[in-house]
Design a protein around this ligand. Structure first.
Ligand code: XBP
Ligand code: MG
Length: 251
């Protein structure tokens, strides 16, 4: 997609923005998921409590269920030897998802600066948008309906969540699925991510990727990112993003 700026200048806009959710759209890991895991552990009488430091390590594994499974295998092997462990895990994960929705409904999770503005500007510019995340669909629906409204889904041509893939990030499957649903080539699109796993998934699908650093990933290196910033500018402009996408020199 090309924007005519003047007689000579032309800007190639991304044809789609592909948004990660956790850490990118909002600081959900710190304010939503971590408290939800700990509340679910407490309510089910489990002795586990995850500190922020511990959670930072556990985020190497994408997917809440996978995260709990690995933690339990290393820290509570007797529990996962119980014949009903798969049901316990399912119940725990469902409860954690409900706890997360409660936290959103209390207004405890704000969107990061510039996010809503960029979503709206991209929409007005005719740029398609997608959600590409490894969290559960219920969590995305809770967060985006709270902040955008009940018709949030209409603004996204594709929504790919944890249940929609067999391989979570850093595998590129979620991004590849979104690109198929958008019916666009990777070269025409831009991913926005916050973590090494998300970046690897986006790059693995052939996408240019903008990194907005988040609480749990403050210092990681991202070779060949389109740009790495602490956060989107509060007065972010879609035209400026298109400029960076056209001539990727800023890092
Ligand atoms: C997000 C995740 C998710 C969330 C928790 O990663 O890995 O597991 O931490 O959500 P990304 P669930 O931002 O790279 O998509 O408990 O629903 O999995
Ligand atoms: Mg993320």
């Amino acid at each position: 997609m090309t924007i005519e700026l003047g007689d000579t200048e032309k800007l190639t806009m991304p044809s789609a923005l592909l948004w990660d959710v956790d850490g990118t759209i909002a600081e959900t890991e710190l304010h939503g998921h971590l408290p939800a895991f700990n509340r679910a552990f407490r309510e089910l009488g489990l002795p586990w409590r995850w500190s922020e430091q511990e959670y930072a390590q556990l985020l190497d594994i994408t997917g809440g269920k996978e995260r709990i499974q690995l933690y339990a295998r290393e820290n509570d092997p007797a529990r996962i030897a119980q014949p009903d462990w798969p049901q316990q895990l399912e119940e725990l994960y469902q409860l954690k998802t409900c706890c997360y929705a409660d936290t959103v409904a209390m207004g405890a999770i704000t969107l990061r600066p510039g996010v809503l503005s960029l979503i709206r500007q991209a929409h007005q510019a005719g740029c398609k948008q997608a959600i590409v995340t490894t969290t559960a669909t219920a969590n995305v629906a809770a967060l985006l309906s709270y902040h955008i409204g009940p018709h949030w889904r209409d603004g996204f041509a594709s929504v790919v969540c944890g249940e929609d893939v067999t391989e979570k990030k850093p595998h590129p499957q979620a991004y590849l699925k979104a690109l198929r649903e958008l019916d666009l080539p990777a070269s025409a699109c831009l991913a926005i991510e916050d973590s090494p796993n998300g970046f690897a998934a986006a790059r693995g699908a052939g996408l240019a990727c903008l990194i907005t650093r988040s609480h749990f990933f403050p210092n990681d290196a991202y070779a060949d990112a389109l740009a790495v910033c602490e956060q989107l500018p509060a007065d972010v402009s879609f035209a400026a993003l298109a400029q960076a996408f056209s001539s990727p020199v800023t890092v």
